[in-house]
Ligand binder design. Structure first.
Ligand code: BES
Ligand code: MN
Ligand code: ZN
Length: 484
């Protein structure tokens, strides 16, 4: 991993041939408090001559003479001054890494008060999934030093950067799991990964198919029936001393979603290894919880299964009784996420936490409604959602609430069972129907459902993510947990 260390201006001045990265806006030019106004002006003019405008993500590199010193400078655009907040700085960090990762070994970066956010961007932008192939060119960039005015400031910046590093580590862990090929991440294999997180204040319990049957997790078992390699329910517990609050995180972990007997068309299946992104998020969060010194007791659940059309696969028309006693008529085996989550949510609710957050790549309709940049949120507790939304804003991971109207509850009523696993009117309010279904399994525990079908994955890559799994909402969740 790239090393990011706070450094002082004195160290920068003493460095031999340092390369200094400055951040610049379109309307304010490059920011460099340590340069004289005259030098800054001259540098801005030279940047302009090089064709640099300050647009978000734009980069340029040139040598600049300040008095008797000629040094190399690198500029990264932040866009307009009014837009140059945390998001722009994070993205600038990523752009900086990508533009110069094969050119420089060490960079000095002047990012002022946004140093930690820029560092986060450096790490998010440096991610590469290398399980199955070597990166095109081995990155050369090993160290970024953050320019701080004093040793005191450097100390503060370093501790913020260390927190950002843990966030980036969690995102990386989640992305790696999502990017893994589906046959390389059977429910059992993912459960093994979960087990590797045990130690210290974290314990991990894995419930296999037999035990799941015994305990009545019939919906999880039903979804897993079409696959040779059976389902698992993973329960992680983080119990720090003196915890006053208890919360639960629940993740959908379909390690490949073929649709089951309600088989998906081939193109829709291409990315369905990502259908365990919710579970991967939970594991990513658990990877760093203890080191972040989260104060609350946290329970994590990963509902893991393949959704395949094997010989014993659950069939459209089957009626299955979930762990909480409700019967479900399964009319479409491709609406499987809500089934495995039903048992996981019931399990979570039975611990009586003060909040449950669930994460699921649940509906294609969420992607249609909000696109790949925004998570759909639904809740039975607006105050809880307000807290999660505040975290998401701090982390620049957009979420938008959809309602769960009483009037729509009829959509999931079955003629022969308590519930139907799809909406009666096909093609209507698919994301809300998913949320309404899940609400039936949380009792009166405050709960937020996060449908990450859009943001969990990127085909072409984004400013902060390589193509593939994005690790969406990992940072938001850590921020929320940090505030408990
Ligand atoms: N995993 C899919 C949802 C999905 C689609 C996630 C595209 C990411 C991108 C989910 O299991 C599913 O198949 N949902 C169905 C529900 C329908 C049958 C009610 C869907 O969205 O079509
Ligand atoms: Mn499905
Ligand atoms: Zn699915």
């Amino acid at each position: 991993m790239l090393d990011v260390k706070a450094g002082t201006l004195a160290e920068l001045n003493a460095a031999v041939d340092p390369v200094t990265a400055l951040l610049a806006t379109e309307d304010g030019g490059p920011a460099a408090a340590f340069l004289s106004p005259k030098a800054r002006k001259a540098l801005a003019e030279q940047a302009k001559e090089e064709g640099f405008t300050g647009k978000a993500g734009e980069t340029v590199s040139f040598k600049f003479r300040d008095g008797d010193k000629e040094r190399r400078y690198v500029l990264v655009g932040l866009g307009k001054r009014k837009d140059a907040g945390t998001d722009a700085h994070r993205k600038a960090g990523a752009a900086l890494y990508r533009a110069y990762k094969t050119r420089f070994e060490t960079l000095w970066l002047a990012a002022g008060a946004q140093a930690a956010v820029a560092a986060e961007g450096l790490w998010l932008g440096s991610y590469a999934f290398t399980n199955y192939k070597k990166p095109d060119a081995e990155p050369k960039l090993k160290l970024v030093r953050l320019v701080c005015a004093s040793a005191g400031e450097a100390k503060k910046v370093q501790s913020a950067v260390d927190r950002a590093a843990l966030g980036a580590e969690a995102v990386t862990f989640t992305r790696d799991l999502v990017n893994l090929a589906p046959s390389d991440k059977s429910p059992e294999a993912v459960a093994e990964v979960a087990k590797s997180l045990a130690g210290g204040d974290v314990t991990v319990e894995v419930i296999d198919r037999k035990q799941a049957e015994k305990q009545g997790m019939n919906l999880l078992v039903a979804v897993g029936r079409g696959a040779e390699r059976g389902p698992r329910m993973v329960h992680l517990t983080y119990k720090p001393k003196g915890a006053k609050r208890k919360v639960a995180l629940v993740g959908k972990g379909i390690t490949f979603d073929s649709g089951g007997l309600s088989l998906k068309p081939p193109a829709s299946m291409e990315t369905m290894k990502m259908d365990m992104a919710g579970a991967a998020l939970v594991l990513g969060v658990f990877k760093v919880l203890a080191r972040l010194k989260v104060k609350a007791e946290v329970h994590g659940y990963a509902a893991l299964a393949y959704n395949l059309p094997g010989p014993d696969a659950v069939k459209p028309g089957d009626v299955i009784k979930g762990m909480n006693g409700k019967t479900v008529e399964i009319l479409n085996t491709d609406a499987e996420g809500r089934l495995v989550l039903a048992d996981a949510l019931h399990l979570a609710a039975s611990e009586k936490p003060s909040a449950i957050l669930d994460y699921a790549t649940l509906t294609g309709a969420a992607l249609v409604a909000l696109g790949s940049g925004i998570t759909a949120a639904m809740t039975n507790d607006r105050a809880l959602l307000a807290k999660v939304t505040a975290s998401s804003k701090r982390c620049d991971e957009a979420i938008w609430e959809l309602p769960l109207p009483k009037d729509y509850e009829d959509m999931i009523k079955s003629k022969i069972a308590d519930l139907l696993n799809i909406g009666k009117v096909r093609g209507e309010a698919g994301t809300i129907v998913g949320g309404l279904f899940l609400r039936e399994f949380v009792g009166d525990v405050p709960w937020v459902h996060l449908d990450i079908a859009g943001p969990a994955w990127t085909d072409g890559g984004t400013a902060l993510s390589a193509p593939g799994g994005t690790g969406a909402l990992v940072r938001t969740t850590l921020d929320w947990l940090g505030g408990l």
